[in-house]
Design a protein around this ligand. Structure first.
Ligand code: MGD
Ligand code: MGD
Ligand code: SF4
Ligand code: MO
Length: 736
């Protein structure tokens, strides 16, 4: 037996952990963290360590699958699949127009950093961008991009976590999710607190991150804008803000002050059901610290007003001057991003929407975050010109991830052509006409450039606070005899067959206007398919450290020799951060008037459903991995034991969970760390749309409880996905 170890990068999520892989006779058999990494300290999570079981799972598909008229699937060669799909797309486009073709990329795409952006470039090549580019961004935290546009982006980045004196996390649990923090988040949070950071966590649940907190505020879900406005009010009325920074760099302070004036501690305490004293303590602690940041993520974004919550967090950071200054070190240093001077100044705010063109469904504006994915089912179901008839899902699983599962199911069934680029017969693949097998994480090269560039989306998106970079070649070949293709190559081949040329834009993956440098165009040659390595070169074009140099350091490298000192504001720079954007201020007034304008519990629906992420899964990824699923396959419905008793339910019981829109089954589990009145459950589990529930087997699908039309974000159309009123009742005592 030939056994060796190889070093690589795990790409199951965007944390990019360096790994040491044992390879026996060409097969990966074991993954551990690379202890020689200069910054990760050998960290990995269960998902990374279970990659071999995922790669060689029985459920993995190794040949293109074609659906037959009786619903069964047969394996066909890749060339045939490409030719047939291209021919069908051409026919659909000839008959109904090119706008009937759409793409929906998701998180399975991370297996190669070229994949997540190529779908957009394919749609650009067809000439229908942004309207036919539906991505997970608009059912995730697109409010980050919108809020940053309205507020302006601070070029030198937020103050770093590593040395911050205080930090406020609103609706995020980085220890599990790695949101905002790529490197060993559990250890990083613990160390920061040990070093004196006053960590403040605002979350209805005592999370793994909150366990370290100096102050944990457990609010009623959906009230984060009210809480953030309350924090702003305390700091502004007590004069605790950074007067000099605001005077030099921001406009709108008086308007902001007036807008937050009604958010008194008593009002906030009443609306969010928290202690007024703790709110004031949080504000004073944060303002008194010399450094830190307020950050939000899905918990704050999923109820309505996510953009406002993000915007108010940016305003808090600005009035407290929580941005890196001239003479300090850039907190998001460029290594594989372009070599540009970083200055302590803003990029000017801009309006990230345009009503001169509106969406077919709900009349939403054209925005910088792509088409509103919440409307995708109706784009498919609604007749008329522009109806979506062909959908390519790459590394996405809309059959369980899109809000309003049964409507999504009707839509996926109504398509003329559904293609899923996946690695297994996922919920969506089981509905597809063709399933295209992708290469998995260890079968493609990896590179930290994508993670580095996530900063362009907004703050708390991941990346590195140190000048670190790593490249790794593919670790193993796809299983012998398989017929796979990388997602980006699939789009290349399709475009070519349609007579279109994809132009790939390297050097960043952001959105909007706040680029440090314009992306570099690389028109993909039509006479030959570029290699993955060529694509990587294009991705890193003009990088501060050439990719070739990064490749030399197989364990990754901290490029300490680079100078990351931030330059002062340029003399001719007139840009100012905007803390009183009129749209946001108007929305804040509505939030005050309607006491949060969010869904409230009622006698019929006494609990609020909130999202949470599990360590063993990346959305639906991992559900069929035998190692990850060994502990349990179902999706527990976590409720405080006192609430369980109130409803006559015990841990292990199968419960019906009902919202005004739908009903699912789950398995109850008491969790004393939850505040009363909430039900906390993960997403992306479940049977297929309109199939019977399978609480103990495939788990309940929370998106079945969501109504895509009842309430949605007015700009990017994200349906309400958090703080959803639900009831539970016992169906049977469970034997699980
Ligand atoms: N109810 C509810 N809904 C939610 C959320 C929530 O919290 N609650 N969260 C939302 C958020 S934030 C997001 S980002 C979306 C996620 O939405 P999606 O991205 O649509 O969902 P995933 O489960 O991440 O889809 C990953 C797919 O990729 C496949 N896959 C795995 N590995 C590979 C690979 O190497 N290559 C390829 N091509 N495919 C692979 C998996 O089998 C799976 O089908 O869900 C959203 N929906
Ligand atoms: N292990 C793992 N990692 C992941 C993922 C995964 O599925 N598994 N998914 C990835 C994806 S796609 C994303 S977008 C990121 C998301 O990353 P995060 O946003 O950090 O996701 P969560 O870990 O669910 O943390 C959200 C927190 O918000 C809290 N919360 C819920 N509702 C409210 C509310 O109304 N207000 C407040 N203040 N808090 C609330 C929840 O209790 C939860 O602790 O994670 C990514 N990383
Ligand atoms: S945190 Fe993400 S990148 Fe790191 S081992 Fe886990 S899945 Fe892989
Ligand atoms: Mo996400």
């Amino acid at each position: 037996m030939v056994s060796e170890t190889r070093i690589g990068i795990c790409k199951v999520c965007w944390a990019c952990c360096p790994i040491e892989v044992t390879v026996e006779n060409g097969r990966a058999t074991k993954v551990i963290g690379d202890r020689q990494s200069p910054i990760y300290g050998g960290y990995t999570c269960p998902k990374g360590r279970a990659m071999p079981e995922g790669h060689y799972a029985e459920s993995r598909i190794l040949h293109p699958q074609k659906r037959m008229p009786d619903g069964s699937y047969v394996s066909i060669p890749m060339e045939q699949a490409l030719d047939e799909i291209a021919a069908r797309l051409r026919a659909i486009s000839d008959e109904h127009g090119v706008e009937s073709i759409a793409v929906y990329p998701g998180n399975g795409n991370l297996s190669n950093p070229i994949n997540p952006v190529i779908g957009a470039m394919f749609i650009m090549a067809l000439g229908t961008f942004p309207w036919r580019f539906f991505s997970v961004q608009t059912i995730d935290q697109a409010g980050k991009v919108i809020a940053q546009a309205l507020h302006g982006r601070w070029m030198a980045g937020p103050q770093p976590f590593a040395t911050a004196q205080s930090w406020i996390m609103v609706g995020t649990n980085p220890v599990i999710s790695k949101q905002g923090m790529s490197v060993n988040p559990g250890q990083t949070v613990k160390q920061a607190v040990k070093d004196g950071m006053k960590l403040i966590v605002i979350d209805p649940r005592e999370t793994e991150s909150a366990a370290h907190a100096f102050l944990h505020i457990r609010p009623r879900p959906g009230q984060d804008s009210t809480i953030l406005a309350g924090l702003l009010r305390v700091i502004l009325t007590e004069g605790l803000y950074d007067h000099a920074f605001v005077a030099d760099n921001a406009v709108g302070l008086d308007v902001l002050k007036a807008a937050v004036a009604p958010f008194t501690p008593d009002h906030v305490a009443d609306v969010a059901d928290i202690s007024a004293k703790e709110l004031v303590l949080a504000a004073r602690t944060f303002a008194a610290a010399e450094s830190g940041c307020v950050v939000t993520a899905t918990g704050a974004h999923f109820p309505l007003h996510g953009t406002l919550a993000e915007y108010l967090a940016l305003c808090l950071n600005t009035i407290c001057g929580r941005w890196v200054r001239g003479g300090e070190q850039h907190s998001q240093p460029h290594v594989l991003l372009p070599d540009v001077a970083i200055r302590a100044q803003p990029y000017a705010p801009y309006t990230p929407w345009d009503y001169s063109e509106v969406s077919r469904i709900n009349g939403l504006p054209k925005t910088v975050v792509g088409a509103p994915t919440g409307t995708l089912p109706d784009e498919i179901l609604t007749p008329g010109k522009g109806r979506v008839r062909a959908l390519i899902c790459s590394g996405s699983n809309p059959a369980v991830s899109l809000p309003d599962q049964n409507r999504t199911g009707r839509a996926l069934e109504a398509l003329d052509l559904l293609v899923a680029i996946d690695v297994e017969m996922s919920n969506t693949a089981r509905m597809a006409d063709y399933v295209i097998p992708d290469r998995m994480s260890m079968e493609t090269p990896g590179c930290t450039q994508f993670t580095e560039s996530m900063k362009y989306y907004g703050i708390w998106t991941g990346g590195f606070e140190l000048p670190y970079a790593m490249y790794s070649p593919a670790i193993v070949d796809p299983p012998m005899g398989s017929d796979t293709i990388e997602s980006w190559q699939f789009f290349y081949e399709l475009a070519k067959r349609l007579g279109k040329q994809i132009t790939y834009f390297g050097n960043g993956a952001g959105t909007g206007q706040h680029w440090d440098k314009a992306p570099v165009a690389f028109p993909l040659p039509l006479d030959r398919r570029p290699t993955t390595e060529e694509m990587f070169e294009a991705m890193c074009a003009g990088s501060r450290v050439p990719l070739a140099e990064v490749r030399q350091h197989i364990h990754g490298k901290l490029f300490d020799e680079l100078d990351h000192t931030v330059l002062p504001r340029a003399e001719d720079c007139t840009a100012m951060l905007q803390v009183a954007d009129p749209t946001m201020i108007a929305e804040l007034a509505v939030v005050h008037e309607k006491r949060g304008d969010t869904a409230n519990p009622s006698a019929e629906f006494p609990l609020l459903l909130i999202p949470r992420r599990a360590n063993e899964m990346m959305n639906s990824i991992g559900r069929n991995n035998p190692k990850l699923a060994a502990k349990r396959r179902y999706n527990p419905a976590f409720v405080n034991p006192q609430d369980l008793a109130r409803f006559g339910v015990a841990t292990g019981d199968i419960v019906r969970i009902r919202s005004a829109h739908g009903i699912i089954e789950g398995v109850a589990e008491g969790d004393p760390r939850l505040r009363l009145g909430v039900l906390s459950m993960s997403h992306c589990f479940g049977t297929n749309p309109n199939e019977p529930d399978d609480a103990i087997g495939q788990g309940g699908c929370t998106s079945r409880l969501m109504d895509a039309q009842a309430a949605y974000d007015p700009i990017f159309g994200q349906p309400r996905m958090g703080a959803i009123p639900v009831s539970i009742e016992r169906r049977a005592s469970g034997e699980i």
